[in-house]
Each structure stands twice: as C-alpha cells, then as structure tokens.
Design a protein around this ligand. Structure first.
Ligand code: UGB
Length: 588
C-alpha cells in the first residue's frame, strides 16, 4: 500500500489483480517509496507484458495453473477414460502414381499457402551456441536451414505460379516465430543475407513471450532469483504460435487475399520440403481441416505418436501423444509391454514430425472461439512423494500439435505417413547423446541430418531418374554408425517433385559412391552422365544446360573430426567430418 503513490492508475489495477489472485508475496520485500522506484515501475512493465501476451491474462494463467497443479498432485492421468488405438490415415509410397498425383495437386495449391516456422527454441538437447536456423543443413553447399527453407518456398511459389496461365504474382508468406533467445539473431541472419532471395515484406517475425514461473501448488508466481522486482519466466512451448497468429491479425488478411492453407514446420528438418507437395495434395484432395505429417516410428523414439483416443463416453480424437506419455498410456490400458515395435519393426503408432497443415477458414473459425489458447500441461519436479514442494520452479507449457484437442467432432482431422528417408531428419541431439541412442533408432544429430540428405537425394535420383547409384558404405562419425551415400545435392529450384526431377534426367546415368554432385541452377539436364569424382554445375536462371559424358577426378573426401576437438568450429566438429576438396570439375 505504501508504494501506491508512485504508481499510475493502470499499474494500480495490475497490483490489485495480483493481490486478488493470491500473489501478495511478490510485494513483500519491496523497499519504501522513494527507494528503487524505477525497478518497481519496471516490475509493472513486465507484469503488463505477461498479462497482455497470455489469452485471458495472468488471472487466467494462475487459475489454470492451480487446476493443473492440483491434477498433477493427485496423479490424475490426462488420458483418463480414453483408450488408445492405431488410427488409419493416408500412407504414401514415394514415386507411385498416387504419390505423383498428390504432388501435382500440392504444387497447384502451393500458391494459396502460408508457411509458419516455429523457431523460438534454443535447442538445449543440441547444445549448439548459435540459433539452429543458422546451422548448415549440409556441407557441400553449406546452405543453412533457413536458406534451405526460404529457397524451397520460393521454388514452390515459382512452380505453382507457372501453372497459372500467364503466370501469377502470388508471394507465399513466411512467418517465423522467434523468442527472446532467437529473435535478434534470426533478424541478423536474414538481413545479412538479403533474406536469401525473398522479398523482405514476404517475411514476418512474431516473437513469443515467456510465461511466469510457479513456486508451489498454489501457483504462487516465482520471484526471479536475480531481482526481487522481476518475476522469473521460462518458455511456454511452440503452442504459442496459434495465439500469436491470431492476435497478429494476419489470418484475416490472408483469408481476404484468397489463401487457403497454413503449414507449420520446425527449425532443423533438411528433408521436409521433399514431403510438402504430396502432403499438401492430400490436404486439398481430402479437404482436411488438420493434416499432420508422420513417419514410421521406432518404439520409444523421441517423437510423439499419432494415436486415436476413444473415450468411454464415445468421444474420439486423433491426436499426438507425446513420447514420454505413450508408453505409460499403453501400459495402463491393457498393453503390458507398452510402446513396442510390431512385426514391421516399427511402433504401430506413426511418428509425429510436427509438420501440420491447417485449412485456413476453419482455423480462423476455431481461433475466434479460443483466442488461440491451446490445452496446456505442467510438469513439476517434486522434492518428495508428498508432492507439496518443487525442486525448482515450474511453468505451464503448450504444444502446437495439441490444436485439434478443442475441435468439434465434425472436424476433419487426418494424417499422412511418408517414408522417413524422404521426410524427416531433424538435428536435435548433441554427438555424445546421439551416440547413446539405442541401436536401430535414428540419431537425430547433425551427422545423421546431413547424411540423410545425401541418402534421400541418391534414392530420389535412383527412383525418379533411373540413375545407377552405388550402394552406400558404413562409417562411424562421433560414435555414430552411418550409411554414407554419394554426396548429391541440388538447389530446390532444380526439382521439388518426382515428375520434375524425372524430366531432367535421361539416358543412362551413373554415380559412384565416392562422388559428389552439386547442382546449382534450374534448367540443368543430366544426360548419359557417368560421374566418379566431383562435379559442380552452376547456371543462371534461364540458361538451359545439358550435362553428360564421363567425369572422373580425385573428388572431395570426407575427413573425420572428433567432436571434442575444440580447435575446429562447432558446426564442423558436431557433425564429425569436414569435406577436403582435392579435385573437382566445376562448370559455369
Ligand atoms: N520451439 C519454439 O518455437 N518455442 C518453444 O517455446 C519451444 C520450441 P524441439 P520437441 O517431430 O521433431 C516436438 O525442442 O518439442 C520450436 C514435438 O512436440 O525441437 O521436443 C523449436 O525452435 C514432438 O511431438 O522439439 O518435440 C523447434 O523448431 C515431436 O514430433 C520446434 O519448436 C518432435 O518435435 C520443436 O522443438 C519432432
């Protein structure tokens, strides 16, 4: 009360709201008026921000926190009353007629799409010092993830607009969700690279705020250990993307411009855009309100499982069940072995790769009801079994793939399973942890992320172009056993779909295992090419280039690097190799 005199009417309102919500402890050790007044005003600026960035404000946050903490203390199972079963969805096989048709449809729809990249996470499991979007996705071109994503979106835009008679001017919007941890460095990456060829107005950044930490089961907000005039905060999770999009006003602008699809994706999947055209085709032909991309998943692999949940009262939903919850849920519902591989060698529950395609119209309708709020969860680490106090403060969290949880039963929720080699190779684990991944499960490291690109490109040239490509050899990098395929890479503009790539290859082509092929141009046609070494081809936009004949040289060699060798840059040592360029043929 003593400090009221230094506060504005709005600040007094916020103070009253906190006291009424049982938060008077926040003011307990405040100095007398006249002492540290600036810090006190700073406190209210933070409270105003926390209040404004959460749907329903802090009162609502505290109320939900109390409910969820009570449930957690009581050991309430979030899936109470639900029985899991394996859902049915669209299962695609790369290159068959069905797949090719969906790709064609997807390219047609792409000019009506919007891409939303969630990139607010720091990637603690990876332990990389920079932002993950700036990491090279592979070494032959050194393209970072953000560049790869932007060039893929531009290539989609180009391919889609070419289908319109006379062309079209559509620019596919890209939204990037950042956080305080990633915002400035994301802007810097874009600005210092001329937005990788995108119009700056095509890219919008939305920054997520952190949420208040909670000290106890009464949801008392935690005071920052570094300052008594700050509330401690932590990330709220990628689920924030929905409320941010809603409050940005962008959804209606897009809708009015005739756009139809919103595609959400994550920060380090170098294969993703190989799967996008077909997946968008599925959404458009099945008129799915929600379509999640999935891949076959090894039991206990650290990706969520797409599951059908049927409640005792008859309700059903198809939803991601996070990896740490799937096993206990199965054990509690009559599957004593929990999450295990079936006769296919995979878990029967497809793995969620968190690539969601939402139909814009129904999405806006739903968010108008919810304000973009997503069902949250809390995961306190208790001191002991009495569950009365926490080891450290906790907070509410939410995940973007929980969006369907509030949808009415009439919503069309589906999923599309793709080959993992084509669609999913994230970079999440540091080398040490990756080396401990159970044998047969994917490493999800910088090494596996890069090797997966070479494998996918090799398989695509085999399947789409009939190129004779040598089998891979096995090698160990940073304790991880890898298949090493020829290092084949191309700019997205060269070929996004099966048909486009097929059109660019003719005659009898072959590539040896020790080879590297880098294609940096659009109209480059391979004809009777026999490559044993390294070939780099560059071309300007409209040039038509034919590449053929025998190319043989010493090529580029993979040189091993140990991740512990700190004299080597972090991006290089975490992948366990660098490329030594001994000899190549480079044609411009
Ligand atoms: N992210 C944010 O933008 N903000 C945040 O507050 C947190 C993260 P992780 P996670 O398919 O790969 C997810 O940490 O959350 C961004 C799915 O939940 O890499 O452990 C962050 O920048 C899981 O079901 O992944 O697991 C990154 O781009 C599974 O499918 C993205 O969110 C898994 O991803 C994901 O963050 C997967």
């Amino acid at each position: 009360h003593k400090n009221l005199s230094i506060l504005s009417p709005d600040q007094i309102k916020l103070a009253r709201m906190l006291v009424e919500a049982g938060q008077s402890h926040l003011f307990q050790s405040w100095a007398e008026p006249g002492v540290e007044d600036e810090e006190k005003r700073g406190f209210f600026e933070q409270v105003a921000r926390l209040n404004a960035s959460y749907p329903g404000g802090l009162t609502s946050y505290i109320k939900t926190a109390r409910e969820l903490l009570a449930d957690s203390k009581a050991g309430k199972n979030p899936f109470d009353g639900f029985t899991p079963s394996v859902p049915t969805g669209e299962v695609l096989t790369y290159g068959d007629d069905n797949f090719v048709n969906f790709e064609e449809l997807g390219i047609r729809e792409a000019r009506n799409a919007v891409f939303v990249l969630v990139a607010g996470g720091l990637g603690e499991r990876l332990g990389y010092n920079g932002i993950k979007l700036a990491l090279p996705s592979e070494t032959t071109m050194g393209t970072c993830f953000l560049q790869n994503y932007i060039e893929s979106i531009l290539a989609l835009q180009d391919a889609s607009c070419r289908l319109v008679q006379g062309g079209c001017q559509n620019q596919i919007p890209l939204v990037i969700m950042t956080s305080d941890d990633t915002h400035a460095r994301t802007i810097e990456l874009l600005e210092s690279n001329a937005y990788f060829g995108m119009e700056p107005s095509q890219v919008k950044l939305l920054k997520q705020e952190k949420v208040a930490c909670l000290d106890d089961n009464d949801a008392r907000l935690a005071v920052d250990p570094k300052s008594k005039y700050r509330i401690q905060t932590k990330p709220h999770g990628h689920g924030d993307v929905h409320s941010l999009l809603y409050s940005s006003g962008l959804l209606n602008i897009w809708y009015d411009a005739g756009l139809r699809w919103v595609l959400f994706f994550q920060d380090t999947n170098g294969l993703l855009f190989k799967a996008i055209p077909a997946a968008l085709g599925v959404s458009s032909s099945k008129l799915y309100d929600v379509n999640s991309l999935a891949v076959p998943r090894k039991a206990k692999e650290a990706i969520g499982g797409i599951t059908k949940l049927t409640h005792a009262d008859g309700r059903t939903m198809v939803i991601n069940v996070e990896y740490n919850q799937l096993d206990p849920l199965l054990r509690a519902t009559g599957h004593p072995d929990g999450d295990v591989n079936c006769e296919t060698g995979y878990s029967p529950f497809p793995g969620n790769i968190n690539q969601l395609i939402l139909k814009l119209g129904p999405y806006i309708k739903e968010l108008t009801k919810t304000g973009g709020a997503i069902k949250e969860f809390v995961n306190p680490k208790y001191k002991d079994s009495s569950k009365t106090s926490f080891k450290s403060s906790t907070r509410l969290e939410c995940m973007m793939q929980d969006y369907p949880k509030t949808l009415p039963p009439s919503a069309r929720v589906g999923f599309t399973v793709m080959d993992a080699w084509l669609a999913y190779a994230p970079v999440k684990n540091n080398p040490e942890d990756a080396a401990k991944v159970p044998k047969g499960n994917p490493y999800h490291s910088a090494t596996s992320g890069e090797m997966a690109i070479y494998r996918a490109n090799s398989l695509i040239l085999r399947k789409a172009g009939g190129v004779q490509i040598d089998d891979p050899v096995q090698e160990v990098f940073n304790g991880q056993e890898m298949e090493v395929w020829p290092r084949i890479t191309w700019k997205p503009i060269w070929g996004l779909t099966f048909s486009e790539i097929k059109r660019k290859i003719s005659g009898s082509c072959s590539i040896s295992q020790r080879s590297t092929l880098v294609i940096k141009g659009c109209n480059i046609f391979l004809e009777d090419l026999s490559l044993d070494g390294t070939l780099v081809v560059n071309s300007v936009e409209d040039a038509e280039v034919k590449v053929g004949g025998v190319v043989q040289n010493k090529g580029w060699i993979l040189e091993k690097v140990d991740y512990k060798d700190t004299t080597v840059p972090e991006e290089v040592r975490t992948r366990g190799f660098r490329i030594k360029k001994v000899e190549q043929l480079e044609k411009n």
